[in-house]
Design a protein around this ligand. Sequence first.
Ligand SMILES: [Zn+2]
Length: 61
Amino acid sequence: MPVYHYRCKNCGYDFTEHQSFDDEPITVCPKCGEPTVHKVYSAVPITFKGSGFYRTDKGSK
Ligand SMILES: [Zn+2]
C-alpha cells in the first residue's frame, strides 16, 4: 500500500498516510481542521494525478 506525504499550508503540519489508490486524498488537516492540506510528492516515485492517468496493478505485464 502506498504511503502519501501531506503537508498543511495553514499550520505546516507534516504527515504521511497509508492509503489505497481508491481512497480519497486527504484535504482537511487533522491538526488545525482547515482544508489546506496538499500532497507532497517526495516519497512516492510514481504518482499520476488527475484524469487521463490511472494505474493498474492487475498482474499483466
Ligand atoms: Zn493544519
